[in-house]
Design a protein around this ligand. Structure first.
Ligand SMILES: Cc1cc2nc3c(=O)[nH]c(=O)nc-3n(C[C@H](O)[C@H](O)[C@H](O)COP(=O)(O)OP(=O)(O)OC[C@H]3O[C@@H](n4cnc5c(N)ncnc54)[C@H](O)[C@@H]3O)c2cc1C
Length: 419
């Protein structure tokens, strides 16, 4: 079967890998000149099943107001960009802000994320690819006792779902992250997720794309996707800036832009571009740098160690598809790395970046079939697209190959919005 994968981000490339392994002829189409140039380019670097938490939860609307009013706000709404699509997405997200939905969504996210982490382990056994990978867990740190109190319901869900975790006082945190010793007075404790991993998603995607090429995958870059064409209830081709391309099956992995392409054949999915920012900095003093990822829960910013660099990522902005590098938003990312790891790096050498998380209102990606027999989706991974990448891709490749999936498909397809 010839499959066209639309999108060469981490989800598209991972899908191409598993589809090619399943024996299909695969073509990947992307508008950029190489893979992982958009949201998969400079994310926070966490492969974190343990942090698979839906945005929408009980009490979140009130918390969100608090976050917007906070100094160095982790969340912001750009009111100039409030259009009907944004308002409709926000309404759907608010409808998920209750305990029942939260636990159901968290269960679904964890199901994919844990499977995905196992796929990472298998992939490392199969391929020798370098992506600054570390398997040292991640650590959430708290500045206020109240944050630790509020954590108890998340810990209960982790226990119920069998996710390994450790509650730590500051001695415990410093044991795993020695550089925190110099700032220990600013924090009250942490939660460690030993099963989590870290690395550079861009390096990973580029390396995996090279492996795909060895399996015969064709990458058609600098090619703008304009629309899908249907005939007699099937997708027959995709219209691109290089002309019309036909195939037997099509997989949409266009991140935040999946919405527009699917609209051309009357499919509506609630995926919204949630804007985030990151900095990448060279390490100046190893002894003051992190070992893995430390997530500052107060500012919702993650600091991740790559080999000789630090990636600092986070913040969430509702601003439609606006890609401006907003210097005001940079302040919190700048602050956290300097406050938590003073002397580790030189802020003047930072590369500032922004990306659009393809976010669903229930934080669960949309995987699998559509109303067209030969059109499939692998999109909507929001805050944890790299974490869920391999598991989602393997799952979708199995669905497309008409093989039994290794995880339960319950609640993963777009049918959950229309069931
Ligand atoms: C600040 C920030 C921090 C993050 N941190 C983490 C983290 O620590 N861990 C984690 O797991 N996830 C993280 N994420 C989320 C993760 O990066 C995303 O979920 C993931 O990269 C989405 O991948 P994708 O392949 O779906 O989308 P993309 O990487 O955006 O890929 C979509 C591709 O489609 C192409 N495309 C779009 N439209 C067209 C068109 N019309 N024609 C042709 N090509 C087109 C684009 O060029 C792009 O290459 C973070 C995101 C942000 C913004």
């Amino acid at each position: 079967m010839h499959v066209i994968v639309l999108g060469g981000g981490v989800l598209g490339v991972a899908s191409a890998w598993y589809l090619a392994k399943a024996g299909h002829e695969v073509t990947v189409i992307d508008r950029q000149d190489s893979v992982a140039q958009e949201t998969s380019h400079a994310n926070a670097g966490m492969i974190s099943p343990g942090y698979s938490t839906p945005w929408a939860g009980p009490g979140v609307p009130l918390k969100a107001i608090g976050w917007m009013l906070q100094d160095l706000a982790p969340f912001m709404i750009n009111f100039k960009e409030l259009d009907p699509f944004t308002l409709s997405w926000m309404t759907k997200m608010l409808a998920n802000c209750n305990t029942r939905s939260y636990q159901r969504n968290k269960g679904r996210m964890l199901r994919i994320a844990e499977y995905s982490r196992d796929c990472f382990v298998d992939l490392r056994k199969e391929l020798n690819i370098d992506y600054d990978s570390r398997q040292q867990g991640t650590l959430q740190v708290f500045r206020k006792e109240k944050q630790i109190k509020d954590l108890q319901k998340d810990i209960k869900v982790l226990q119920d779902l069998g996710v390994e975790h450790q509650s730590l006082d500051m001695d415990g945190c410093v044991e795993f992250e020695p550089a925190l010793a110099q700032v220990r007075h600013k924090f009250v404790g942490g939660l460690r997720l030993p099963g989590d991993e870290t690395g550079d998603c861009f390096k990973f995607t580029c390396a995996l794309a090279k492996e795909c090429e060895k399996l015969g995958v064709n990458f058609l870059m600098k090619t703008e996707i304009q629309q899908l064409n249907e005939h007699n209830g099937k997708i027959v081709s995709v219209q691109t800036s290089r002309g019309m391309l036909a195939a037997d099956s099509f997989l949409v992995a266009l991140g935040s832009y999946s919405v527009q392409t699917l609209n051309t054949v009357g499919i509506k999915i609630p995926v919204y571009p949630i804007k985030g920012y990151s900095l990448t900095l060279p390490i100046e003093d190893e002894s003051k740098a992190p070992m893995s990822t430390i997530m500052d829960e107060t500012y919702k910013i993650a600091v991740t160690r790559f080999e000789d660099r630090i990636r600092v990522g986070g913040t969430a902005e509702i601003a439609s598809y606006n890609m401006e590098l907003n210097e005001k938003r940079r302040a919190s990312v700048d602050f956290v790395v300097q406050d938590m790891f003073p002397g580790a790096t030189d802020i003047n050498k930072a590369e500032f970046w922004t990306g659009l998380r393809p976010m669903t209102p229930d934080s669960t990606p949309i995987l699998g079939g559509t109303k067209f027999d030969n059109l499939f989706l692998n999109t909507g991974h929001g805050t944890l697209g790299w974490t869920m990448s391999l598991g989602s891709a393997k799952f979708v490749a199995d669905v497309m190959s008409k093989r039994a999936t290794e995880i339960d498909p319950e609640g993963l397809s777009m049918a959950r919005y229309y069931g």
